[in-house]
Design a protein around this ligand. Structure first.
Ligand SMILES: Cc1ncc(C[n+]2csc(CCOP(=O)(O)OP(=O)(O)O)c2C)c(N)n1
Ligand SMILES: [Mg+2]
Length: 584
């Protein structure tokens, strides 16, 4: 994906004569770097920079909480492939942003967080904290604008780090430096960031080709690294040559959408057919995927005898979560192309397990078919699945699987599905199709509840041509409620779907399994439709599939966000959660 192309006009031409302040120069430099869209919460400390960038042509999206502003930038980066940029006030602006920054850092999102910082001399300022220590503690890189002479260069260096190291960078903008006059000689031309993706070593390519050519049932598991490298087509071509089945990590979801031999997400969200086929593989080609416990279902999805090749840009990722036989260091797309070319040179072509029957089995073995049959079967036989009560829910709540399947059918295929954290998240990963990898935003590297709504706002800014669905738990929405107002104010026509079990469901199921009382994590029901209306959006309460008619009516207009308060049955436990707790 493109990471640094021009998006907005160059520096502001109508700059007033005379010296300008460093703060203003930094805002203009941001636009010079190609930043056309950024996010934040304004205070006095970051006002000058923000105003200058806006005057120079950048679009600024104001959040209501700094955490959400960073989540907006993070999701914008994930969906657009550009650097995400957010700006906050010094001190509490930064501490409010901390959880979002940790998410971006853990997920390896290229992100710049421009935080004002107290002046060097303001040692008694209420706002003063060690901002660098905060960044380091959260796993983010730390840069600062050091002097008026170097300020623009310092910003460029921080931006370059975000691109080259694919990391989250906190940039301190001290108020005294911002307020100083810019020495006229100090503005160097912005250095273009040119990155040629590294090719793998020929020996590694040859060894990978040997291993894959010897395999009878290979699978490819592609992760976020494959998405970022745009490796989807090259991997599909390689997989066709070696007869491999395709799967992704949760963060690669959508990369192989539409391929008849794609098994979907490997890991806890995998349907039984997909899981069985993964276990049958005698060779695994992991590409830009760490093979962590989530992707391998605590190791159980990969046959211990399977031979594993792992391709990653970062040598530190190779073998980090499980032993692999061969590590290939290189760009995902170039590695896939090189291995494919090597096998073509050798005249290798195999069908592996691929057949029309297998494609039909994969298509019929998706969760929605199983759930459809199970739900109907359970209702007929009076026998529950997953220990769920079988009779109609006494409170008239909807089965979350039924809800998810109905949404999948109802919503346009051109969609971006953004998912918060919680028990409910599996229903989205398991039941909703996405058009491609940019259509699925799954900020789970810090496993924080409450980041989904902010992320959905950033995704909606990045892809206004697609319907953005913010899939949230009731707990997650109540942690980020103020951003409903942002969605309305910024005229971002989100569909907010609240999987409302009136509980911290993940914790309920966790502790119920241990036989503990769970009333501490169960709450009174909240009327989210009313909250949606109060924020200036629309609201609908859903207890049955028929109630989704409100969504059908909203879809063609989509002027304002719609908050769907789906009162879901709290007693249906997702397979992935039960499995995760047992594995622990
Ligand atoms: C910021 C944060 N606080 C607490 C947790 C622990 N936690 C994990 S899931 C969860 C419940 C979330 O509730 P909700 O959003 O309603 O989703 P549900 O699990 O009910 O589907 C909690 C509190 C966390 N992961 N992150
Ligand atoms: Mg809940």
């Amino acid at each position: 994906m493109e990471q640094h192309s021009e998006e907005a006009p160059g520096p502001a031409e109508q700059r007033p004569a005379g010296p300008i302040r460093v703060g203003q120069a930094l805002g203009e430099a941001l636009v010079d770097l190609g930043v056309g869209t950024f996010f934040g919460v304004l205070g006095s400390g970051n006002f000058a920079v923000t105003r200058a960038a806006v005057q120079a042509g950048a679009r600024f999206f104001h959040a209501r909480h700094e955490c959400a502003s960073v989540c907006m930038a993070d999701a914008y980066a994930r969906v657009s492939g550009r650097v995400g940029v957010a700006t906050v006030h010094q001190g509490p602006g930064l501490t409010n942003a901390a959880t979002g920054l940790a998410e971006a850092a853990k997920a390896g999102t290229p992100l710049l967080l421009l935080a004002a910082a107290t002046s060097a001399s303001a040692v008694r300022s209420n706002f003063r904290i060690d901002q660098g220590a905060v960044a380091v503690a959260l796993g983010a890189a730390h840069e600062r604008v050091a002097s008026p002479e170097t300020a623009v260069e310092d910003l460029q260096r921080a931006y370059q780090r975000a691109v080259v190291e694919r990391c989250a960078v906190l940039v301190d903008l001290p108020l005294d430096v911002q307020a100083a006059a810019l020495p006229t000689a100090a503005v160097p031309a912005p250095a273009p960031v040119e990155l040629l993706a590294p090719a793998p070593a020929p020996e590694a390519v040859s060894a990978a080709a040997d291993l894959l050519a010897a395999s009878r049932r290979p699978v490819v598991i592609a992760g976020r690294g494959a998405v970022v490298a745009g490796a989807g087509p090259a991997l599909e071509a390689l997989a066709a040559r070696i007869g491999a089945l395709l799967a992704t990590s949760a963060n690669g979801h959508g990369l192989f959408s539409g391929n008849p031999f794609a098994l979907g997400i490997a890991g806890g969200f995998a349907a039984p057919t997909a899981a069985a086929l993964l276990r049958e593989a005698d060779a695994v080609l992991a590409v830009g995927a760490s093979l962590n416990m989530w992707t391998t279902r605590h190791g159980s999805l990969i046959d211990p005898a399977a031979r594993v090749v792992q391709v990653d840009l970062d040598p530190r990722a190779i073998g980090a979560h499980r032993r692999v036989e061969l590590g290939v260091v290189g760009d995902a797309a170039r590695s896939a192309q090189a291995i494919d070319a090597e096998l073509a040179r050798r005249g290798h072509r195999a069908t592996g397990a691929r057949s029309d029957e297998l494609a039909a089995r994969i298509a019929a073995g998706r969760w929605r078919d199983i759930a459809g049959a199970n739900i109907a079967g359970a209702e007929m036989a009076g026998a529950g699945i997953n220990g769920a009560a079988t009779e109609a829910d006494p409170l008239g709540r909807i089965d979350p699987r039924t809800l998810s399947i109905a949404l999948d059918e109802l919503l346009p295929a051109e969609r971006t599905v953004v998912v918060d954290s919680g028990h409910f998240m599996g229903w989205l990963a398991m039941y909703l199709d996405v058009p491609d990898a940019a259509g699925f935003v799954f900020p789970q590297a810090f496993q924080s509840v409450g980041l989904g709504l902010g992320a959905a706002l950033g995704a909606a800014v990045a892809r206004p041509d697609r319907l953005t669905i913010a899939a949230l738990g009731d707990g997650g929405l109540l942690m980020s409620l103020g951003e409903l107002e942002s969605a309305v104010r910024l005229a971002l026509p989100l569909l907010v779907v609240v999987y409302n079990d009136a509980a911290y469901g993940a914790e309920v199921h966790h502790f119920a399994l241990q036989g503990q009382p769970v009333d501490l994590v169960q709450f009174d029901d909240v009327d989210f439709a009313a909250l949606g209306r109060a924020a200036g959006g629309e609201g609908a309460t859903v207890r049955t599939v028929e109630d989704l008619a409100a969504v059908s009516r909203w879809l063609p207009r989509r002027e304002r966000p719609l908050v769907v308060d789906a009162k879901i049955r709290p007693d249906i436990v997702a397979e992935w959660l039960a499995e995760a707790f047992t594995a622990h």
